[in-house]
Design a protein around this ligand. Structure first.
Ligand SMILES: [Zn+2]
Ligand SMILES: [Zn+2]
Length: 286
């Protein structure tokens, strides 16, 4: 009997251990400063004229602690934007977006605030190659970089209508110098640590290889981190975003995330929603 009991207890201990190690422990929602204020229809041209308002939006980045290593999901605006926006981005983008990033709100500033250095980061997941998401890859030369392979192609050679001449949201300088980095080149969904806790979701449309993430915390709570697959509530309400590589693929991706949100009854964290950030930004999710 004693032997059976200890066997049962051993199994119970194993079950507890596997539960405890099965998750991303916690996720912090940070922002690379704010953009704005500007009229919302500058981003979402489908907003009816009587609903146009000024918005000041976050530039979401996530720092996620996992048993197997620290993960950063997007690296925000390049650090040069703090003091030299027009020397690094096209002047028109600085004038329109009005970034207010400071040294404290670059990704390394947030990591420092949370007790980490950039060297502690094992994996950098980049949603897409736009200037407000892929700005600081070079702060992480020793990390594994998870990108959709198609997005790397587009980052290096953007569509002409998205400003290949340097006036658009792809800034080649963000990628220059990273060719020899350790890229995990993806083509679709990917279970990052193989335990279901951080599942990269292919959500193209905004760009050719945009990706989002489903995160399951150790508490069992789950969230979807959309980044630019869904900028803000107005997009969930049916107003298509501007700037898309493919409107059809964009719509499919919004629907994919919306169904996951609704069927699982879990929060969808959007990339640039001012109200959601005001209610839930700058804090840990556990
Ligand atoms: Zn974008
Ligand atoms: Zn963005």
């Amino acid at each position: 009997m004693k032997k059976v009991l200890s066997l049962v207890m051993g199994v119970a201990a194993l079950a507890v251990a596997s539960t405890a190690s099965a998750g991303a422990t916690k996720a912090y929602w940070a922002t690379s400063g704010m953009f704005g204020p500007f009229a919302i229809n500058g981003l979402i041209p489908t907003i009816p004229a009587d609903e146009v308002r000024d918005v000041t939006i976050p530039v979401s980045m996530w720092i996620i602690e996992h048993d197997k290593g620290l993960v950063v999901f997007d690296t925000g605006n390049n650090i040069e934007v703090v003091n030299n926006c027009k020397g690094y981005w096209a002047a028109g983008l600085c004038d329109f977006l009005k970034p207010n990033q400071t040294a404290d709100t670059t990704i390394d500033g947030w990591l420092k605030k949370l007790g980490y250095t950039t060297e502690d980061v094992k994996v950098v997941v980049t949603s897409h190659a736009h200037l407000d998401h892929a700005g600081n890859l070079k702060m992480f030369p020793n990390a594994i970089h998870a990108f959709q392979k198609a997005e790397l192609y587009q980052g290096w050679w953007p569509e002409k209508f998205q400003g290949r001449d340097g006036t658009g949201p792809f800034v080649t300088a963000d990628l220059e110098g990273t060719r020899e980095y350790n890229f995990l080149e993806l083509d679709g969904d990917y279970d990052l640590f193989g335990d279901g806790s951080m599942v990269i979701l292919s959500t193209p449309g905004h760009t050719i290889g945009h990706q989002s993430m489903q995160v399951t915390l150790d508490s069992g709570k789950r969230m979807l981190i959309a980044q630019d697959a869904v900028w803000m509530q107005e997009n969930l309400d049916g107003h298509a975003a501007g700037l898309n590589f493919s409107v059809q693929a964009y719509t499919n991706s919004v629907n994919r995330l919306k169904f996951m949100k609704d069927l699982q009854n879990i929060p969808l964290m959007m990339g640039h929603d001012e109200n959601q950030w005001a209610a839930g930004g700058d804090r840990w999710y556990k």
